[in-house]
Design a protein around this ligand. Sequence first.
Ligand code: DC
Length: 222
Amino acid sequence: MPGFKLAIDGPAGSGKSTISSLIAKKMGWTHIDTGAMYRAVTLQAIEHGIDLNDEHAYSFLETSNIHYDNNKIYIDDRDVTEDIRSEAVTKNVSLVSSFPYVRKKLVDLQKKAAEKGYIVMDGRDIGTVVLPHADLKIFLTANVEERAKRRLKENLKKGKHAEIEHVIKDIATRDEKDSTRKESPLRMADDAIILDTTHLTIDEVVSKIIDLTDKKENKHGV
Ligand code: DC
């Protein structure tokens, strides 16, 4: 079956979603932002008023329909693309994504969504768990100061102000939680290519990954 699975992993603020979305646009591929899916579960949990520490309370996932489509994230038919970026969601998403039950539900959805066609999927465990047989795995990094600066810029565009020290602390805390959790921690796949984006522009990163993709496609004869 023709297709290509491109897995992009990396820590918070490494530019995964922006870069994946641009690659998908340039190549005419489908982009799936798995972080947005964990955020949507977190938003739903907060809105349902459940005890966020109680893994059993997430059983609402049996009937909810979370899906990522064309750069937007939906819970059932409701577009929650903006709502999932709230501070409450950002603060709690590491906790929510640490539960094996939640991960199993979302990983199943993600595997299904990537079954057919040309896919760019970004997250923390794509190359290791969701798409272990991906055609190309990229692990993006950047130092924490640079990642905080990017987050700050993004927030400013939305009219949100924050202190750089506060953002650095928030990102470092999330890195720590995401890398040390028991279930599918943030880890580079053994066969991933590491790309340090600290001193690269978004366009440079996008071009590099597209070059690597072309090389792989030619090798596979797709
Ligand atoms: O990429 P992001 O910052 O929007 O992701 C939000 C959170 O979701 C992040 O703190 C860790 C979690 N996450 C995860 O555990 N596994 C993924 N594949 C994607 C995100």
